[in-house]
Design a protein around this ligand. Structure first.
Ligand SMILES: C[C@](O)(CO)[C@H](O)COP(=O)(O)OP(=O)(O)OC[C@H]1O[C@@H](n2ccc(N)nc2=O)[C@H](O)[C@@H]1O
Ligand SMILES: Nc1ncnc2c1ncn2[C@@H]1O[C@H](COP(=O)(O)OP(=O)(O)OP(=O)(O)O)[C@@H](O)[C@H]1O
Length: 286
């Protein structure tokens, strides 16, 4: 077996807070949310082919290949290839839970856009790549740009931020939450006042989806009650995962060791630069 041409991570993200400030006429919600990346994520290995097509191995059991955001991202770049026989084989190592609020699908899509932009000699600017990504999902642009940021609009207007790169304990209550279900629910709060001060201490804010998700999914409320014993903790995105910050890896590991068996969890470091960008830049230099 020959070595892949490029191996890149697709990191998870946390929404350190998530305010809903309104809703557009097309139903999409206006957000103010602070994104930070995590040191844990999926891994994608890319091998160029000259068959002109896109192969994904293994696929995801729950998602048809044509709906997989990796395949959709690769398809979106087909028209920009210099050579129509340029194809790609993508090997996916999936670690992030789906429907967990960790942005795994969006991150996989962004990593695919970044990789093929280089491997297919497309070299679009990141701004254009992010616009293509936004068509695939509201969370894709933050992963394409690769810096921790306050996101406004539907998540595409980014202001760089530098939250503390804490260690986090992330708890998955073992339920999958549908983002679309939460955003269409009548009881979702949609009128948090926009922030006046861009200097943000994220712990002072909140996640507008949290109470609704906990009322619909009691497992999330149970996990949160348990995690609150370890201090400030919060849900990411539309759930189901919850996170708590720690000052050291050891303290986060201690919380993980005490976790009830009905939940799953992991520890990871918060990162203000996406590891996908660091790995891509290192590969391009070598
Ligand atoms: C909740 C977040 O994860 C926060 O980072 C994102 O806003 C969701 O991003 P995503 O999963 O990439 O979302 P998309 O795949 O674009 O949209 C899923 C569904 O969520 C709703 N949606 C999403 C984002 C947004 N700003 N407003 C919405 O109302 C839409 O009804 C859409 O049908
Ligand atoms: N490569 C992929 N990885 C994960 N999910 C994918 C992928 N491609 C398509 N999907 C679909 O996208 C849905 C959302 O997956 P994802 O892992 O991004 O959820 P999430 O962590 O809740 O994301 P977000 O925080 O953006 O709402 C899945 O339930 C699945 O149907």
């Amino acid at each position: 077996m020959s070595q892949p041409d490029l191996i890149l991570p697709a990191p998870a993200k946390l929404n350190l807070f998530l305010h809903i400030t309104g809703q557009r006429d097309d139903g999409y919600h206006l957000l103010e949310t602070l994104f930070q990346f995590l040191s844990v994520g999926d891994t994608l290995a890319f091998s160029r082919t000259n068959t002109g097509d896109i192969q994904l191995t293994p696929g995801l059991p729950q998602v048809a290949d044509e709906d997989n955001l990796i395949v959709k991202a690769a398809r979106a770049l087909l028209p920009y290839r210099l050579h129509t026989q340029a194809g790609i084989k993508i090997e996916l190592t999936k670690r992030l839970p789906m429907g967990g609020g960790l942005g795994g699908g969006s991150s996989d899509a962004a990593t695919t856009l970044l990789a093929l932009n280089a491997l297919w000699d497309i070299h679009l600017p990141l701004e254009k790549l992010a616009a293509i990504g936004l068509e695939l999902g509201a969370d894709v642009p933050i992963f394409v740009h690769g810096f921790a940021a306050l996101a406004r609009g539907v998540g595409e207007q980014l202001t760089p931020m530098h939250p503390e790169e804490s260690w986090y304990f992330i708890v998955h209550p073992n339920v999958e939450v549908s983002t679309a279900q939460i955003f269409t629910h009548p009881n979702l709060p949609r009128n948090t006042a926009p922030l006046k001060d861009p200097q943000i201490n994220w712990a002072d804010h909140h996640n507008d989806c949290e109470n609704l998700v906990k009322s619909l999914h009691p497992q999330v409320a149970l996990a949160h009650n348990w995690l609150l014993e370890y201090g400030a903790s919060r849900m990411t995105g539309t759930g189901a995962c919850l996170f708590a910050p720690f000052t050291s890896k050891e303290a986060a590991q201690h919380a993980l060791n005490n976790m009830p068996a009905s939940f799953t969890g992991f520890i990871a470091q918060g990162l203000n630069t996406s590891p996908a960008h660091l790995a891509l830049n290192a590969a391009l230099v070598n």
